[in-house]
Write a protein that binds this ligand. Sequence first.
Ligand code: GLU
Length: 433
Amino acid sequence: MTATNLPSEPEFEQAYKELASTLENSTLFQKKPEYRKALQVVSVPERVIQFRVVWEDDKGQVQINRGFRVQFNSALGPYKGGLRFHPSVNLSILKFLGFEQIFKNALTGLNMGGGKGGSDFDPKGKSDNEIRRFCVAFMTELCKHIGADTDVPAGDIGVTGREVGYMFGQYKKIRNQWEGVLTGKGGSWGGSLIRPEATGYGVVYYTEHMIKHATGGKESFAGKRVAISGSGNVAQYAALKVIELGGSVISLSDSQGALVLKGEEGSFTPEEINAIAAIKVERKQISELANTSAFSSKFKYIPGARPWTNIVGRIDVALPSATQNEVSGEEAKALIAAGCKFIAEGSNMGSTQEAIDVFEAHREANPGAAAIWYAPGKAANAGGVAVSGLEMAQNSARVNWTQEEVDNRLKGIMEDCFKNGLSTAKEYATPRR
Ligand code: GLU
């Protein structure tokens, strides 16, 4: 980044520095000096759109929020990336997410550029009608700037199939056009099968390749104790896939607290995960379930905490799947001390720079079989946007693929993501000093 007279954007600067320092520590700029200029070019968004969203609450009061779309890079295809509705949303957060999206989308091998958008609107505590009115107002402005060949938004935190539905309806109404302008749509009106599951399943497929590679094919998810944070779409489907592959899920969490197994044995069951998913649809907290006898006999609920330092017993795999900066340096050390060898981010920038430094320093000091494996979100969670890319392809061709077809393509893309990362690292990575 060259400009110094801009307001500080801590999250974007963190994401940029993480990438730039990794590239600086590699042989890329020696072998391909032109990439140094390319990094400067790619770090400035092609376009940033900011707008006012005015909507009416259930009391008839006018409410005002900020809306954004960062159209970061269109070298490989239409801008592509989700919309986040969360009170923490600002330009720094969306620039970090859009920047990550460029490289993640490229890694999928599909024709997608990078972008991100959203609003500081908080869906928590809002009625369905208020959410619908907000989405309609948001899309009334956003629809001027997007299109199937221009920019294709989707969901992210606070934006599910329901919100995508409200926004798609408004887009069609104003533009008088049915097109694949949003992904993550409902299955009966153009959505792809497996899109809701894709990010969580993809993280697990990616991690399975990492485990197999690290252990020479001897180990898999079977028998592994897996700590997961979050309880949204990514965490839910990652947890279900871990169980399907024979692993144990030993924690989940939300912004208010962590739910961990009381003992060293057992796992969340699919029924328990589905019960958590059901209260999340109603925008409620895990604490409401944690206090019921079915949950309180088996799980410990720790208000205000993240799972990592609260697990009883061994941790084999950690899948941060809540939000950015959810693993600190101290928590990274605690994960390693608990035996964790595989960390893969379902969330974007789940680990702080301090946590990444801990993982990398440990790896440097413990090569070979004792090494830990850390997969950043731009590789590990690419499955969500990959299936969004498949949804765009189905919409353009006016066809619907079967569940099996989409899942097989997702598996292939996640395998390629892992193998591509590995071969690129072999070619360009240098040991850290
Ligand atoms: N929000 C997701 C991500 O962070 C998916 C975006 C999309 O499907 O466009 O990758």
